[in-house]
Ligand binder design. Sequence first.
Ligand SMILES: [Cu+2]
Length: 512
Amino acid sequence: MSEPKVINHYFYDEAAYDYHDGGYVPLEEPKTPGKPLNIPEILKPDQETATDMYYTIVAQTGEVQLMPGEKTKTWGYNAPLLGKTVVFKKGKTIHLHLVNHLPEVTTFHWHGLAIPGPIEDGGCHAPVYPGESRDVAFKIDQPAAFVWLHAHPCPSTAEQVWHGLAAGAIVQDDHESSLPLPRNYGVDDIPVILQDRRFHENNQWNYREDYDPDGVAGPTPMINGTINPYFDVTTQKVRLRFLDGANRREFRLHFSDDLEFTQIAGDLSLLPHPVKMTKLLITCAERQEIIVDFGKYKPGDVVTLYSDDVPLLRFRIHEFQPDTTVLPETLFETPDPAVDKDLPVHHVTLDGMDEAVAMNGKKFKMDRIDYKMPMGKVQLWDICNTNPAPGMIHPYHMHGTAFKVVSRNGHAPYPNELGLKDTVAINPGEHVVIKVWFHVSGVFMYHCHIIEHEDGGMMAQLQVIDPANPDKKYHLMNHMTLMKAFAEERHVPMDQLWLGGMDSYKKMGEEM
Ligand SMILES: [Cu+2]
């Protein structure tokens, strides 16, 4: 099937879109006055040398004036909500001092960084307890991309992200820096973190009251931690780095006037070629970077970004200099290493809905290794969403690597997923084949990124074996250790502890 010159549809199976689900929470346009879009500050390094960068990252509580009336109690990284944007430079060694000022255990997971696991990666095996800290170091060896930091303590990842623990991070490299792309951060290059929340009494969030095992959602769009935001446009072209930081919501993005835009990057790299479009669907944890050309507008005009028919962000046009920059036809050469003939196709299934979610028929266990693969070898993985149609779209994510999408049910991938990815959205009944290779070793998680699905058990972990050190042993924690810590920190007995994911194990009669 050949695609039109300008993509004018969302790909994916319309029957599986989230709005068909019985538990769907429709977005509503906020009635509060417009506010300038929050642009997260760039986090200042403690120190930077020619070879190394040093950062301190603090998970902290805060409160933010999101709505008129009472401030909302929030969590964030070096900020009351979400976090400052961290910059990583390819080739440098990064030293992180991770500090937990929250009342409960958390972890610091770098979604999209190809760094060793399970400790540097910051998944569930790398807890930082309240009042404590952890130091990690790793080298950045991957192309320019927009990645992110979020909490990942199982089975309470979803609740901590809902509290606000999510921040953007930019990987820079010489190739991307050499291209004529907008990169004046905060002016013509802005992160756009898409989330949604429900405000309860006194403007507070109440995760438990909103809990749904298929994903928690709220009616109010929250963009970079701003309700009803606008952005003042002062350049003809603006680069938007979208991150779907919602727990479960897909965003179906488009602009007023059906304004055409150009996608230049996906999760973990630029796209091989720019893709022109008027519609873009983004699922949980994915990143999509676009350039919007406001050349046909004049000062005073307003261009609106929507999801379905609900406004998310208004662009207020001001004076700008004409910009005649032409995007190069080729942006990136996606690595495509040959598959190792000794490695059979590895099959992964994303199973069930609600509390019954599982992967390959099993719920996640922190102290179980589900698969082993050698570092440096290249293997095809066939990921199947076994939900019968209409079902739901599962965004499948792997830690510690960047993969290449090979096919969807035997057909070519969508034109905007031809770069490197770490999350791929899979239609009900669909097989997506990806090419997987690791250049770091360790234990890594892979899972659905509807965060309640991962907490509920649609997750597994693999050990990537370094041939130079094949017998390396990893100390794997278990759910109970983290759950006991949560119970102690919340001052409740174990039988009264409630963490979202626990429901799914209990209901299915599974031990944790
Ligand atoms: Cu899922």
